[in-house]
Design a protein around this ligand. Structure first.
Ligand SMILES: NC(=O)c1ccc[n+]([C@@H]2O[C@H](COP(=O)([O-])OP(=O)(O)OC[C@H]3O[C@@H](n4cnc5c(N)ncnc54)[C@H](O)[C@@H]3O)[C@@H](O)[C@H]2O)c1
Ligand SMILES: O=C(O)C1=N[C@H](C(=O)O)CCC1
Length: 241
């Protein structure tokens, strides 16, 4: 595939390495505006890992040009619905995931199952903590928001999530975000009672998992003939079916 990288920072560079190993070609490494439309038009698929304020324009430009696009950029989801509508109008193909790594997608399943199990045990309250490197622009992480939303789907006590955690009331799921140099991404969920604590945790050691998942999602979307908005779950189903 000819891939356009929209965002050529830590993730863009890691994705480039994985894409080359998988025999793809990089036709565009975009790091700022204005977009190089000529090179973008030459791509089979675009992968956006940029910054929150650039994601909407990057994705909509791809949809306008009928280029399938996957986005891992976090911190722009107030415009997700608009992108879904645009995908429908343009009959485009689009995938967003707050986290493309296989490990985290397994962790998402574990989180939902644990939330289901714990929902009737009112003596436990939930704490969510994420840790990332100090260059991260958004807080809490997109992954933490996905985890919180899945807990809220199962546990009627929580009607929203709250960051910072110390401002949460009893019906808000507290999220703590810490920034420590060079941390690739750690997410931990704790169910605490007066008697004990039950915890689950995912720790990313490198960015390779995010990048491999993103390239696999791009390959899947490129081969998908039906237009639509897809999820990482749809991609992974293909491999587990
Ligand atoms: N979904 C996932 O699996 C996953 C994994 C890791 C990171 N992320 C997210 O991906 C994004 C990028 O992460 P990163 O660690 O590579 O950040 P980074 O700061 O290293 O890279 C971002 C790059 O985007 C570039 N940029 C700025 N404006 C742009 C524009 N208009 N078009 C294209 N590029 C532009 C910047 O120059 C920078 O090089 C963040 O939002 C992060 O949260 C998601
Ligand atoms: O390094 C980042 O930035 C990451 N962002 C994603 C998020 O916000 O959840 C995924 C983990 C790494």
């Amino acid at each position: 595939m000819r891939i356009a990288l929209l965002g050529y920072g830590k993730m863009g560079k890691t994705i480039e390495q994985i894409a080359l190993q998988r025999k793809h070609t990089i036709v565009l490494k975009q790091s700022a505006t204005p977009m190089d439309i000529t090179k973008l038009q030459n791509a089979d698929v675009a992968i956006d890992f940029s910054i929150p304020k650039a994601a909407f324009n990057n994705i909509s430009t791809c949809l306008d040009l009928n280029i399938p696009v996957i986005s891992g950029t976090t911190g722009w989801l107030d415009q997700y619905h608009e992108i879904c509508e645009l995908t429908k109008t343009k009959k485009g193909r689009f995938i967003y995931a707050s986290n493309f790594s296989l490990g985290v997608n397994l962790f998402f399943e574990l989180n939902s199952k644990l939330a289901q199990l714990m929902a009737n045990f009112k003596e436990y309250s939930v704490d969510l903590e994420e840790i990332h490197h100090t260059e991260k622009l958004d807080a809490p992480s997109g992954t933490a928001i996905t985890l919180a939303e899945a807990i809220m789907d199962e546990n009627e006590r929580y009607i929203s999530w709250k960051y910072p955690a110390n401002e949460a009331n009893k019906n808000q799921l507290p999220i703590e975000a810490k920034r420590i140099e060079d941390v690739k991404g750690t997410h931990q969920i704790a169910y605490k009672s007066n008697i004990d604590t039950i915890e689950i945790k995912h720790t990313a050691h490198t960015r390779d998992g995010f990048a491999l998942g993103a390239v696999i999602a791009a390959e899947w979307l490129y081969n998908k003939s039906n237009p639509g908005v897809y999820l990482m779950k749809d991609v992974l189903k293909t491999f587990t079916a």
